[in-house]
Design a protein around this ligand. Structure first.
Ligand SMILES: *Cc1c(COP(=O)(O)O)cnc(C)c1O
Length: 345
């Protein structure tokens, strides 16, 4: 059976056009700075984000780990929203690689400047770990793909600067935030010292993320990338997929958002499902199975039998993600199948 795969927007396969672009890419040794495709992609992303410079890295996790590495020192504290990717999905890397700890603030992945101020611990205190970084995630994965309100991003970064902290944006899905709000990427990126974006999520590339910021930060990021083993050679093959995706797959993200909305509207009406439609702002739908019914693992298993793949994100939490390899018709069909699975009991 051909499953409708809504586990993640990372499950997409490169399209024939993307594969052609990859095959035809001019390449060179990127560690000598000689890969024209990588150089073009880095310039393009720096430009799109309004930053001086950008660096191509193998994964979003590595982008985040490089950001933490160059903006903190061991023993520092990093302020993040609830269920941040750096806390939940990076295998403990922040503690292992950079020796930092997290202060989790706010609600549902979002937080305000006053949350940051309340959590802030100054340097030089006899017992406190010094807060040196504020890290925002936009859109917020475990928060259900919610957009970080721009006025809060601006205020958080202004407060960070006032307190002497650095600011970092995990924008693995920043392209979705731009599509959801209609705000330019430059505006979303502007408040932050360093910004990461992923090619392997909604843009449908097989591999890659970029980290963008000032020339000095990116020079330090280049060294950290080498230290983490992420410096590559003829990686223009991969960068070409990114250049292709920026041309062809950026504008269409709104379709994924409309498909997620269609799915969410249907799921929210089902008995045994608790779904806050206000959180459905982009391509992610996160819902809870109520206590009186089957748990997330049961629903995921039954959905798989019915032909729909989902992720269990908690004991009663389920995630569905739309992407360029699922059509509107498939999402409609998935909604029908899930309704049958969930209401059948
Ligand atoms: C997917 C994701 C990443 C990066 O994940 P990789 O699998 O390492 O590319 C980082 N941050 C967020 C919010 C993500 O959703």
């Amino acid at each position: 059976m051909e499953h409708i795969d809504l586990r993640s927007d990372t499950v997409t396969s490169p399209s024939p056009g993307m594969r052609q672009a990859m095959a035809a890419a001019p390449v060179g040794d990127d560690q000598y700075g000689e890969d024209p495709s990588v150089n073009r992609l880095q310039e393009r992303i720096a430009d799109l984000l309004g930053k001086q410079s950008a660096l191509f890295v193998p994964s979003g996790t590595m982008a985040n780990q490089i950001g933490l590495k160059i903006l903190t020192r061991p023993g520092d504290e990093v302020v993040v929203g609830e269920e941040a990717h750096v806390v939940w999905h990076e295998s403990g890397a922040a503690a292992a690689n950079s020796g930092v700890q997290f202060a989790v603030v706010g609600r549902g992945g979002l937080f305000t400047a006053s949350d940051l101020r309340a959590a802030y611990k100054p340097p030089g205190h006899i017992v406190f770990p010094p807060t040196t970084l504020a890290a925002v995630e936009n859109t917020h994965n475990r928060g259900g793909g919610v957009v970080f309100p721009q006025q809060d991003a601006v205020a958080v970064c202004a407060t960070a600067r006032e307190l002497g902290l650095a600011s970092y944006l995990d924008g693995a899905r920043l392209f979705n935030a731009a599509a959801a709000t209609g705000r330019p990427l430059t505006e979303l990126a502007a408040p932050f010292d360093l910004v990461a974006v992923a090619l392997s999520k909604g843009l449908g590339c097989p591999v890659g993320s970029l980290i963008a910021g000032g020339t000095d930060e990116i020079a330090r990021a280049r060294r950290a990338r080498r230290m983490f083993g992420g410096a590559m050679r003829q990686s223009g093959i991969l960068a070409a997929a990114g250049l292709f995706a920026l041309e062809h797959n950026l504008e269409r993200l709104v379709e994924d958002h409309a498909n997620a909305r269609l799915l969410a509207d249907r799921l929210a009406g089902l008995r045994g499902v608790s779904l806050d439609l206000a959180t459905v702002q982009s391509n992610i739908v996160i819902f809870q199975m109520t206590e009186d019914g089957p748990d997330a693992a049961t629903i995921v298993a039954r959905a798989q039998e019915a032909g729909v793949l989902l992720s269990a994100f908690g004991v009663r939490t389920v995630r569905a993600v739309t992407h360029l390899d699922v059509t509107r018709d498939q999402c409609r069909r998935a909604a029908d199948l899930l309704a049958a699975v969930i209401e059948h009991r």
